[in-house]
Structure formats: C-alpha cells, structure tokens
Design a protein around this ligand. Structure first.
Ligand code: 0X9
Ligand code: ZN
Length: 432
C-alpha cells in the first residue's frame, strides 16, 4: 500500500509540473490592470525586464490606467515578478499557467497527427508547408487561381499573393487581403488559407461568396512577413516584427505595421530599433511593406477594399489609427463594421468591438490600413481575430475554424455592402 502512495505522489508531482499548476516551474501569462499611474510605471518597468514578453499592448508606452495588460512571464522570473507586483499592491490573474507547454504542443501538431482527426485547415502550418500549399492551390486551379510574386522579404523569401478570379466578367473590381504582418499572430495566415479554400469550394454553392466573387477578384497574401513567421516556428514563438537588422545595434526587426507612410513614426510608433513598434529607418524601408505598397499603388484603380488580418482582441477597425481625426467616409465605414459585428454576434454569439483604430485601441501610425485609405482605397479595414486574451497568440488549433468563420461573416458583410453601394444590388449575408 505504501508503495502505491509513493507512486501516486510521484505521478501527481509530475502532473503538476506538466500542467503548470506548480507556479514555480512553469511560464505563465498574467492579466494585470494597473489602477494608478505609479502602477503603470511599475508595469512598464516589469514588461521590459526579467525576460518577460508584453502581449498586450504591443509596447510599454501604450500601458495605461484601468486597461488590461497581458504579460508573458517565464518560469525562472515568475517569483520575482509576482513579488514585485505584490509589493506595489498590483493584483493579477493567471490567464495561462502552462504557456510553454501549449507552444510545444502547437508546433508538434504541425506534422498532423492522424489520430487527432483534424483536417489541414484546422491546424497551423509552418512556412514551407504554406509555400507548398500556395503552389498546389495555383496548380490545381489553373483557370481560377494565379500565384503572383509581388516581391521578396529581407531574407529573400518570395512574397506570393494568390489572385482568385472565379469568372471572366470584364472590368471587375478587386479586394486585397493580407495576413501575417505580425509574425506571432498565427491565426492570421490560417484565416487566409481558409478563405481561399472556402472561396474555391463554395463559389456557386453559397450565395454570398458567389455574389462577392462574381463582382470582384480577390488578392490574398497569406504571409506578408515570412522571415518573422519562420522565426516564430524555429526560435521565438512571440516574435512580432520582420527580421531586418539595423546598423549600430544588435536589435533586429521593424514593425511592418509602423513602416507605411501614414504619419510615419509619430506618437504610437518608436524610432528605437529595440522596440516592438520600431518604425524603421524611413517609410517603406522594408522590402515587405514596399512590395505591398507597390502592388497596391499599381492596382489602386481596381482595388476597392483593403483588409489586413491580425490578432488578438476581437476588433473590427477602420481608419484612422495614425491620428485622432476621423476618416472622410467615417460614418460609412463605421456603419459597415457595426453591421459586421452584429452579424458575428447573431450567428456566432461572440462579441467584437469596432471603430476607428486610434480611438478603439491606441494611436498607431504607419499602418497599412491608413496608408491604403489615403491612397484612395476608401474601404480599408483591419480585423483583430480571436481571442480576447485567454490564449492570446497561442490560440489552440481547435479554435481556427470558429475564429475564421467570424472573420468570414464580417468580410462578407462588408464586401456585399461595398458591392451594393458601388456596383449591382446585393442581398444580406447568410450563415457560413
Ligand atoms: O498595433 C497594431 O499594429 C495592430 N494591433 S496588433 O495587436 N495586431 O499589433 C492594430 C493595427 C490597427 N491599424 C493601424 N495601426 N494602422
Ligand atoms: Zn498584428
């Protein structure tokens, strides 16, 4: 009997270590809300030390009173950080108690365990597999899909956009969708893949996507930041920026969503190469943002809708993020994201907030959506997909389909509205 008890304790202790319920030995993600300016300062400090990783907001400067901060704390600094918070009377909640284990699991999942029962689109894929998928999709659909090389990354990886053109109607307009500007937001490329697959499978089956694809071509860039994405699979799951170096510092990477020419590098972006929101040496200094900007410039007369997919927070954002001013067509855009959020709520019972970026999250100049809007692509949006912080960037693969369905209904709502306003009359979207 005694041996049995000993075995039980050994087993239980191991379980504690594995599940992370033993706080001393596992990394955690904490949700912390500072109540005073002093607490804000403490949190800004903590978030730049002890090898912690700030998940939300993107930069310590954006930490403010009464707003949740999500902070990754590695196992070895867990005690120090918790003591520090306690000393300053800052309370916290544990969002994830086993972050490293989840990271490991999501990477292992890649090979596609045949016993898991999940399909290709219900898993995250590494960069090589996404390139293979791009190739396969173009080859298997020679009349409707074309892979267009729009440029290459700093490390010379190709940037392929897929052009979906489901019929030969003359003078068709177009929509642009990019995914994976920020490397760690894995749900974003996963959505782009699902969107392409859905469009090809449900054209002439679902009336909304049929109407959209009858009226516009769609350009889909599944991974805008391939170097960063690769890095999240091999070295650092929480990497955000691209991988270009800067002279005179060992800090790497530019935030591609601060590198566009829209109030570039003003408040809400940083000139410090070590910052997560580093704006780069000059607007479009990065080959990735330049490639997208060049493509949009060359096709601005046909592209009506610009959509950039990010995570996380569940938000549907419209310009501007680079100024507190309203866009010239603010009410029109606002009405669209409002309807899109209502549809997500109606069909999937999930809450998305919506509005102008600067007012809904924070001032964030140099973003692609604001730049595209100023270029003349009036209908410009950024979606922040699931979730609201429970898993954050580590959204489990089993949530990919649900998160993508929500983005899809929002996309349909907006595209149908744009078609209705600018082209033929359109109906209301159905469930997907
Ligand atoms: O800060 C960002 O770039 C986006 N949020 S994220 O958490 N995915 O990093 C929001 C982008 C909103 N649009 C612009 N800043 N232009
Ligand atoms: Zn992002």
């Amino acid at each position: 009997m005694a041996t049995l008890w000993v075995l039980f304790f050994i087993f239980y202790f191991e379980l504690l270590l594995k599940t992370g319920h033993c706080t001393e030995t596992s990394s955690q993600v904490l949700s912390i809300t500072p109540n005073t300016q002093e607490q804000v300062e403490v949190l800004r400090n903590v978030s730049t030390q002890y090898q912690t990783g700030l998940w939300k907001p993107a930069s310590p400067h954006n930490i403010k009173e009464l707003t949740q901060v999500h902070l990754y704390v590695p196992a070895n600094s867990s005690e120090t950080v918790r003591n520090l918070l306690q000393r300053h009377g800052i309370t916290h909640e544990v969002l994830l108690s086993n972050a490293d284990e989840i990271i490991e699991m999501q990477m292992r999942n890649e090979s596609g365990d045949p016993r898991s029962g999940s399909t290709f689109y219900q898993r995250y894929h590494n960069l090589e597999d996404i390139y293979k998928w791009i190739n396969r999709t173009a080859h298997e659909n020679p009349t409707t899909v074309k892979a267009i090389l729009i440029g290459s990354s700093y490390q010379k990886r190709p940037l392929y956009a897929l052009k979906l053109s489901l019929n030969n109607r003359p003078n068709k307009k177009a929509m642009w969708i990019d995914c994976g500007i920020h490397a760690r937001e894995w749900i974003s490329p996963a959505f782009c893949l699902i969107f392409v697959q859905y469009s090809l499978s449900f054209y002439k089956v679902n009336s909304d996507i049929t109407q959209i694809l009858d009226n516009m071509d769609v350009y889909v860039l599944p991974v805008m930041n391939p170097d960063g994405y690769k890095y999240t699979w091999t070295k650092d799951r929480m990497w955000r920026k691209n991988r270009s170096p800067t002279n005179g510092t060992s800090c790497i990477g530019v935030d591609l969503n601060r590198n566009f020419d829209a109030n570039w590098c003003t408040k809400g972006a940083s000139p410090d190469p070590c910052s997560e929101i580093y704006c780069g040496a000059f607007p479009e200094s990065e080959p990735e943002s330049q490639a997208v900007a060049n493509f949009l410039r060359s096709n601005k007369d046909i592209i009506q809708i610009y959509l950039s997919i990010h995570s996380y927070s569940q938000m549907l954002l419209i310009p501007y993020s680079c100024t507190m001013d309203e866009a010239d067509n603010h009410s029109e855009l606002y009405e669209m994201v409002k309807q899109a959020a209502e549809n997500i709520r109606r069909y999937y019972r999930n809450v998305y907030t919506y509005g102008a970026g600067a007012k809904t999250i924070y001032l964030a100049p140099g973003g692609s959506d604001d730049w595209a809007h100023n270029l003349g692509i009036n209908y410009s949006f950024t979606f922040e997909l699931q979730d609201r912080g429970r898993y954050g960037f580590l959204l489990p693969p089993s949530y990919i389909q649900g998160a993508s369905n929500e983005a899809l209904i929002a996309l349909k709502t907006i595209a149908l509205k744009v078609i209705e306003k600018t082209q033929a009359a359109a109906g209301s979207p159905q469930n997907v």
